[in-house]
Design a protein around this ligand. Sequence first.
Ligand code: NOJ
Length: 766
Amino acid sequence: MRKISLIILAYCVTGFISCKNSTTYNSEETSSAFLTSVLDIDQKVATLLKQMTLEEKIGQMNQYNGFWDITGPAPSSGDAAKKYEHLRKGYVGSMLNVRGVENVRKVQQIAVEETRLGIPLIIGFDVIHGYETISPIPLAESASWDLEAIKKSAQVAAEEAAAAGINWTFAPMVDISRDARWGRVMEGAGEDPYLGSKIAFARVQGFQGSDLSQHTTIAACAKHFAGYGFAESGREYNTVDVGTSTLNNIIFPPFQATIDAGVRTFMNSFNELNGIPVTGNKYLQRDILKGQWEFDGFVVSDWGSIEEMVFHGHAKDGKHAAEIAANAGSDMDMESYLYVTELANLVREGSVKEAYIDDAARRILRVKFELGLFEDPYKYCDRQREKEVIGQQAFHDAALDMAKKSIVLLKNDNQLLPLKKQGQKIALIGALASDKTSPLGNWRIAAKDNTAVSVLEGMQAYKDNQLTYAKGADLSLGKTKFTAELNINTTDRSEFPQAIALAKTADVVVMVLGEVGYQSGEARSRTTLGLPGVQQELLEAVFKVNKNIVLVLNNGRPLVLNWHQEHLPAIVEAWQLGTQSGNAIAQVLYGDYNPSGKLPMSFPRAVGQVPIYYNYKNTGRPSIPASNTVFWSHFQDVENTPLYPFGYGLSYTTFEYSALKAKVVSNKKVEVSVMLTNSGKLTGKEVVQLYIRDHFASVTRPVRELKGFELVRLEPNQSQRIVFTLTEKELGFYDNQGNFIVEPGDYSIFIGGDSNANLHTKITLK
Ligand code: NOJ
């Protein structure tokens, strides 16, 4: 019998030859099969699996944090010795937060050259909106409604991260959320399942490309499955309790879209869902994801979430937690250290079927093969490429393009914007205006502080105005990255007078206010949604001396802006726009770019309205009764509507909608068209939005649901007919048994530039 080392066998089949360590196996059958190289990935995985001990298979299911960055509550290097020992034994399948070619190579070398089987690691990292060159936060990108640009942004992020040794991103986060108090809304696509699904699809395509084995593409991860964005009161990690209809129709669709896009991994989440922690939720992971949706990639836990099932009160101890998670279909343990310590015994005792271990290891190995890691485990570790690729100009150009597209113009009275390029005295005020770190937002672990273009720098590029600058008030008290101070903003007002003095003599005041970069993101929930710290006071003090204020907002979530809408002539929502932030904002302020962003989340009038979303249910008492009694669904102090609705955003030009037509071709096909005209004086882009309302159904339907949109660019006076086709997919919904159905009855169709669109028509499905 011919003996051959598995590592040679595994690599030779795909062409990698410089294998060092080798252990011999009796595997003539498999080796010749490998050597003929005609096996498909599943066969290669099966062959490899046969060679593995139980502990080695479980090793694939174990993921450790690296020794540098942390993104969860564990010491960064406290147990480094143990981790190294496990790495050497082949008991680690993946590491996260190892970055940079040199560091990745170091750990990869241990896996490949020192372990018995030499199985390469998959290296995960939170590449959320860029690696080192930072794009707008995902919520901001979503405001572009520009799927090509969003895909491109993910592509750039993948290429840059891949050049730094990373081959797996924990993105996109596709959690729908209706709650601006939740800090992680910055990381998602907002409140709508339709828009969220399109964006989820685009992001996965961007990260993974069409060929995962390219060294420019990385595996994506749809997270957090499921319900994480529905944390009660928006408090991070809080309990989630939602019904079947919301789960099927609101929460699931973006996850399904990532499957359609071929996403290779899923992450579960910290929350419990209807009484069962998601990490140990068999219904979600085995029945829905791997069963109904036939997902053949793997599921990673969230950081320590297996162990957290003990705190949830669902597992009696760590061992029990490992048992529940493995049985529920959670394939890889991120930083609970429980699979590696408990699973083998659980299998021996019969509490976890070995078939489940095989299944998990198979899924993980499959993705490693797809990434081409067996072909060349160092394919992401090219020092030259790292030097050349990271931070290249083309990435900055893409980040700038994305940033401009993400800006939403909320108000522009008397066309105060765009600013004149010459002859004006402009006072720029606000600590955020000169901040070169905050625009990077949260989730930008690999980006260096102070690398964003500030608004001040962006505006200084327009030289023919007299630009002056004052902070007005410092914003950040500094140590905000992982510390939990309740108030991270200063109360120091000593710099107010300087700002007021500049404003007094200015023609226009541009005030850049909002949240510092770490004020949104994971574990950054808030109970108030105003401008933090003394910024509101500063704004009102400046307003007293000069009313000509353009408010530029930098923030990671919807804010409450009633005073601002009432008093200020111009408001620009500029989120946290990444590395090129200041250039993008300046180009919009000076009119070199005509804004076209539309809000992906409703902006409330008061925190008490939250959760607030456009696709709400009508209730049995939706409006003031004729008798004008109090008994209808409302608040006594604030009207029901948001201040700025979902889908809202202005342009420097204007658009008109007319001639809406709808034709029912069949119950599965409705054709809708509308005429869009640029009625203003500038070329501009409009996001044409189509909403439906199914007036009565076996399960009540929202008052409006987005079912189509198109980004259209028109010259002044140009008109274009925009056509939509609604199919079963857009007309139907999931009933409470999980069946997708289209019901006969009356539907309204609305088309316009936001979710309040009033141009409408009716159709009837038979
Ligand atoms: C916890 C977060 O919830 C998750 O999204 C992230 O990917 C992991 N930490 C790893 O950093």
